[in-house]
Design a binder for this molecule. Sequence first.
Ligand SMILES: [Fe+2]
Ligand SMILES: [Fe+2]
Length: 169
Amino acid sequence: MDITEVILHQHHEQRRMFALLDEMPRDDTEALGAVWARLAVLLEVHAEAEEKFFYPRLLKLGKGNPEGDVDDEVEDAIKDHNEIRDAVRAADGPQVGSEEWWTAVWEARKANDDHMAEEEREDLLDFRHHADLQTRHDIAVQFLTYEAKHYAGIPAQDKDPEEYIAENR
Ligand SMILES: [Fe+2]
Ligand SMILES: [Fe+2]
């Protein structure tokens, strides 16, 4: 097992679930609501598991890639996670299938797409270069255990990026 592979794979699942929404019948609000609820859980538990198990180790082992430093990388990631959480929360109010709901889902998709691209290009690369395979395996075990325990979701909580870095240094 390798945490960089686990994260990459889960990103693919997230992209795929957004793509599923494209193909759901627009008037089937039960289907739309169910798929979206599942995706919202996956997004939140994935981000929280990264913050618990991946980013603290990246802060210690990473060197920053391709330029800049690792603190900037992690600060960006926590900010992005907050943005995704806010966008997911915005889809909670409007009626499923409404114009407003689709707009909120679209915002969450864009925020998540932008974040995943950066995380893959910078954070995962940094970790592949600077963390050994045993460490990558150990984190994957912790990460997947946490996700399995919280399969039904967790309350979304924004984090202050600077506090997060200070606490996890
Ligand atoms: Fe991720
Ligand atoms: Fe992330």
